[in-house]
Each structure stands twice: as structure tokens, then as C-alpha cells.
Design a protein around this ligand. Structure first.
Ligand SMILES: C[S@@+](CC[C@H](N)C(=O)[O-])C[C@H]1O[C@@H](n2cnc3c(N)ncnc32)[C@H](O)[C@@H]1O
Length: 487
């Protein structure tokens, strides 16, 4: 371990419940973890697919869709990753959304959202119903969220760009808000820095203070955006009490009786209560209800989570667990009708969706009945589903991954060799394909592997099938930096 890191972490010895275990954990790389897409496959099925590729995994004891892999596993190369069958996410990073507990039909805000792991976790916990507003300060980080929307087929996410501490009040009220605050990131040292020979950068008091000021502004503002009876989760991937308990303590002081502290522990994920004293400062005793996950108590990265509730009655007529879900809406549009005609899409799959905004290269499908004010400006809303500048009708890769199991014709199952050709954008020989169910004719086709949607191809005049694997995914992985908007 680099000397600077060792010295930086030594400040936590007095509050760490098991210092030797902590020291041991941070000098080892941590397991890679991923979760099965809950709409696409069961975790046991995912385990089998990974196993077939020689990737061993074990279920997490506390998270029913999470799998643990060896620290040197590289699942992003597995075909199931670009097919959107799973998402790679650090294990303890799953805790904040678990505790936020968003329900189908609710309006939920992710105030500091990029690259969008928790946005995706929320959208799927809400079964693609209701609205997740994903706000991010840096425009250069928004494409990563749009990328996830496509790969995981999210229809209930709206992205906006702005400073979370000044997000307009007219965007709310929200049932729940997550503040996954920018922080010094000490909890991720295990993943990124600790094994580098010269260690990592340890931040100084000036920078820590600057971060803490911003964190306080973000959390303070988030409270004002939540309805009475709603929930706020504050989380960081750092260990420092200055960025954690001290921030929550200050905001509890700002809001007085408007806030209560809920328990932040999660059965089976070992964690320690938040501290109520640090370097001579005393905090509100209720901070013992917040939690810190130490690498060492569990074989994970470090995290801090506080769960707050806004006091006051819930809205009249509001059912626990959110508003009614499901809507009679349907994304009526000539392109939808063309899609249905060519692929015999099960109409139930599109129920509750609408289209828009108009214009642009793609027809977007998004959850219906979710009004949005004229400002702040929407960056993207819903899933780019159909290319509008291509004839005949062409579903996007994102739509193919999502809708393949709902399509009754023009779907081709690929053999392993067919899949390899498709991923390399090489022509696919017909002997490496097999019609899945209904008939197949010239034009765009949806491609599957082992029954899961993997993308789009085209049958032209020749024998071979053209691969329309997204160009950007050939060089970069779908989780990489390549342009995620290119299809
Ligand atoms: C810890 S990361 C969020 C990780 C993300 N929630 C996830 O799970 O993938 C914090 C994010 O907040 C963004 N950010 C920094 N300052 C912000 C601000 N004032 N308002 C909104 N977002 C901000 C950063 O650019 C960064 O993308």
C-alpha cells in the first residue's frame, strides 16, 4: 500500500470496528459483482450462462439478484453484457437504492446520477413504471446514462443537466430523492488505487472542506424537493465523517423537526452505526441510525448511508407504495405500426407507453402520464426505439434487446459462430442462423442468442446477413467511452 494512503487511512483507526481486518481487506483487490436484469432473466440462469463461459460466480447473501465473481473476472467481455442481461456494480453501492426503496408508479429523483448505476437500479426496482429523474452536473457524463437506458431498456428515466443544489422546485415534489454525493471516494480505493505501486492521492483538509460544503448544499436542497412523508437517502463512497455524519448533522439542524432519521442497516450486510463524535465534534445522537460499511466487515468497498424521512402526512389518497401503475396509453405512431407489422410485436409490451418528444433521429418510447415542466430542459426521456431516418422500419439495438422475446416474426437465432460474426460486424452466414418461430423475409431482422435479444441485422439481396452491431461497441465495450448514442 502506498505510504500516503496508509497515512490517510490511519485517521480512521479510532472509529473502525476491526482495524486489522480493514487493513487486510484494503490491501487485497475486491470481488467483481454484477446483478441480473430483473426483467430479462433469473440470477440462477445468469449464473449458468457465466458458468458456460468459465466465469464462476456465487450469490450474494443479502441481495437476491447480485452475483459475486473473482476479483480478476472480466464479465464486460461476455456476450450477456452487451445484450443487457446484467449490470456490473460494486456490491456496497447497491445499498443506497435498497434503502431508498423506490416503488412502481412513484416520482423519484437521482440528484447526482452519472454514470447511472443507481438510476438503473431504481428504474428497474420500479418495474419501469413511474418516473426516475436523473440529474447530472457534467454534460460529458450524461451519455453514460443514455447508454445504460439503451442497453437495459429503461422507459421511465428522464435525464437533465444541472447543479443539484439549484434544481428548480417546480420539478418536484418527489416521493424519494437519492443524493449520491460527489465525494473524496476513499471507499473505492480498493478498486482503483490501492494496488497501484505509488498509491493514490489523499485529499487535504481544504479540499475535504470544499466537498463537505457542496454535499451539505446538495442534501439541504434535496430535502426541499421531497413531499411530506417522502424519503431522502444520502450516500457517499467515502469513510470521512466530515463528508458523512457532519453533513447530515448540519442538514438535520437546518430542517429541525421536518426530518427524522430512519434505520440504515440492512440484514446480512455487515455495517457499523454512524459515529456521534469525531475529533472533538459531537453530532446529533440520531446519527447512530446511519451506517458505514467497512471493507473488512464485508469483502466490499466502503460506503456511508443515511436514510431521512420528511415528516408530515402523505398526500391524500396516495396508496402506500406509490400511485396506481399501468395506463391505457399506447405509443401510436406510423413507425410503431410499421414495427408491429414487420415484427408482430406483442401489443401488451407497448402498453402504458407514449412517444416523444417529436423530431430527431429516433422515435422514443417513454412511460405515459408523466408531465414535465417546460424548464429545466430535458436531455433525454425514455428509450430511443425506432430509427426515423431509415426505411423500411429499423428498431434500435436497445429496442431489439428489450423487445426480442415479444416479437413473432423476422427474428433470427444466432449460433455461437453467428454471434461472433455479428459482434465483429462481419457478414453472418445463413447456416449460423435459424428462424425463431415465425417467418423471416428481406429487410431488418432482430437477432437473438440463446433466446435473448442481441441486436439488429439486415437481409439484403445476397445470401449473407449484414451485422448492425453498433459501431461504437466494436472498439469500446458497451460500458466504455465509445459514443453510446451511435446505433
Ligand atoms: C458519486 S458520483 C454518482 C454515481 C452514480 N450515482 C452511480 O451510481 O452511478 C457523483 C456524481 O455527481 C456529479 N456532480 C458533482 N457535483 C454535482 C452537483 N453540484 N450537482 C449534480 N451532480 C453533481 C458528478 O459529476 C458525479 O457524476
Amino acid at each position: 500500500m502506498g505510504e500516503a494512503i496508509a497515512a490517510g487511512l490511519a485517521r480512521y483507526q479510532s472509529i473502525c470496528p476491526d482495524w486489522p481486518a480493514f487493513r487486510d481487506a484494503i490491501s487485497r483487490p475486491q470481488p467483481v459483482t454484477l446483478w441480473a436484469h430483473p426483467e430479462r432473466l433469473a440470477p440462477e440462469t445468469l449464473q449458468r450462462l457465466l458458468d458456460d463461459a468459465g466465469i464462476a460466480s456465487a450469490p450474494s447473501p443479502w441481495d437476491d439478484i447480485l452475483l459475486r465473481l473473482a476479483p480478476d473476472a472480466s464479465p464486460a467481455h461476455h456476450w450477456g453484457y452487451f445484450a443487457g442481461l446484467f449490470q456490473i456494480q460494486e456490491e456496497s453501492a447497491r445499498l443506497p437504492v435498497k434503502l431508498l426503496d423506490p416503488r412502481p408508479g412513484e416520482r423519484v429523483l437521482d440528484l447526482c446520477a452519472a454514470p447511472g448505476n443507481k438510476t438503473a437500479q431504481m428504474a428497474l426496482a420500479m418495474e419501469n413504471h413511474g418516473l426516475v429523474v436523473a440529474n447530472e452536473l457534467q454534460s460529458g457524463r450524461l451519455p453514460a446514462i443514455r447508454q445504460l437506458i439503451r442497453r437495459l431498456g429503461l422507459r421511465n428515466v428522464l435525464t437533465i443537466r444541472g447543479a443539484g443544489e439549484s434544481l428548480a422546485a417546480n420539478t418536484g415534489p418527489f416521493d424519494r430523492v437519492l443524493v449520491d454525493a460527489p465525494c473524496s471516494g476513499e471507499g473505492t480505493w480498493r478498486k482503483y488505487r490501492i494496488h497501484q505501486r505509488d498509491g493514490g492521492r489523499v485529499i487535504d483538509d481544504v479540499e475535504r472542506n470544499r466537498l463537505a460544503q457542496r454535499q451539505r448544499r446538495l442534501l439541504h436542497h434535496a430535502v426541499g424537493l421531497v413531499r411530506p412523508g417522502g424519503r431522502i437517502v444520502y450516500a457517499t463512497c467515502t469513510l470521512a465523517p466530515e463528508e458523512n455524519e457532519a453533513v447530515v448533522d448540519a442538514v438535520l439542524g437546518d430542517w429541525g423537526e421536518a426530518l427524522t432519521v430512519e434505520s440504515a442497516s440492512q440484514p446480512a450486510l455487515p455495517s457499523s452505526p454512524g459515529v456521534t463524535e469525531w475529533q472533538g465534534r459531537h453530532f446529533d445522537p440520531r446519527l447512530a441510525g446511519t451506517c458505514r460499511v467497512w471493507p473488512g466487515d464485508a469483502d466490499v468497498g466502503g460506503f456511508y448511508v443515511a436514510v431521512l424521512s420528511r415528516t408530515g402526512p402523505a398526500r391524500v389518497g396516495q396508496a402506500p407504495g406509490g400511485e396506481s401503475v399501468g395506463s391505457a396509453a399506447w405509443p401510436d405512431h406510423p413507425a410503431t405500426r410499421a414495427l408491429q407489422q414487420r415484427f408482430a410485436v406483442n401489443p401488451r409490451a407497448l402498453q402504458g407507453l407514449t412517444t416523444g418528444p417529436d423530431g430527431g433521429r429516433y422515435l422514443h418510447y417513454r412511460i405515459a402520464d408523466q408531465p414535465w415542466p417546460s424548464a429545466p430542459r430535458v436531455d433525454a426521456f425514455g428509450l430511443a426505439a425506432i430509427g426515423l431516418q431509415v426505411r423500411p422500419v429499423k428498431p434500435t439495438t436497445g429496442a431489439a434487446l428489450w423487445l426480442a422475446p415479444e416479437m413473432g416474426r423476422n427474428v433470427l437465432e444466432l449460433t455461437r459462430a453467428g454471434l461472433d460474426a455479428y459482434r465483429q460486424r462481419r457478414p453472418i452466414a445463413p447456416e449460423h442462423t435459424e428462424p425463431r418461430g415465425g417467418p423471416v423475409s428481406r429487410g431488418f431482422v432482430v437477432l437473438t442468442h440463446q433466446g435473448y435479444g442481441v441486436g439488429v441485422g439486415r437481409i439484403g439481396h445476397g445470401k449473407m446477413i449484414e451485422s448492425h452491431y453498433p459501431k461504437a461497441w466494436v472498439t469500446g465495450s458497451p460500458g466504455g467511452r465509445a459514443n453510446p448514442d451511435a446505433d
